[in-house]
Write a protein of this length. Structure first.
Length: 132
């Protein structure tokens, strides 16, 4: 049986090179992923990190409905009781997150989901090599 192995790379070119190397060397069971992709694998299911296109679309929809003097994309949910402006921004953030496709999570939420399944890491990821 082939042992699972995960190679973490930075960028699309590095991923393509790692896939080509694995194919040429007959290395079966190698997963090539990014730093964001690794917790997505571990978190399981159809979860994935937020991509720029989905985020831009969601933010655009929310900002069309936002008051003209409030623009922000910070996670201010924990500070929403400190000032009314924080509450407005936290509401905008929630609205953006609600408009993302199903299974698409912020990096912090993806990592939290991955931590919950950390005991499965050896079976899901196998040996992990980080390049770059």
């Amino acid at each position: 049986m082939t042992q699972r192995r995960t190679v973490v790379v930075h960028g699309r070119l590095a991923a393509d090179q790692a896939r080509l190397e694995a194919a040429r060397n007959g290395r079966h069971g190698v997963q090539i992923t990014s730093v964001v992709g690794m917790p997505a694998h571990l978190a399981g299911g159809f979860l994935r990190g937020v991509n720029g296109d989905a985020l831009s679309l969601s933010i655009g929809i929310v900002l069309q409905k936002a008051p003209p003097d409030t623009v922000g994309d910070l996670d201010l949910g924990a500070r929403k009781t400190e000032h009314p402006r924080f509450a407005t921004l936290a509401g905008m953030e929630r609205a953006v997150l609600d408009r993302l496709p199903p299974g698409m999570l912020r990096p912090v939420d993806l990592v939290t989901a991955a931590w919950a399944r950390l005991r499965h890491a050896p079976a899901i990821l196998g040996d992990v090599e980080v390049r770059g």
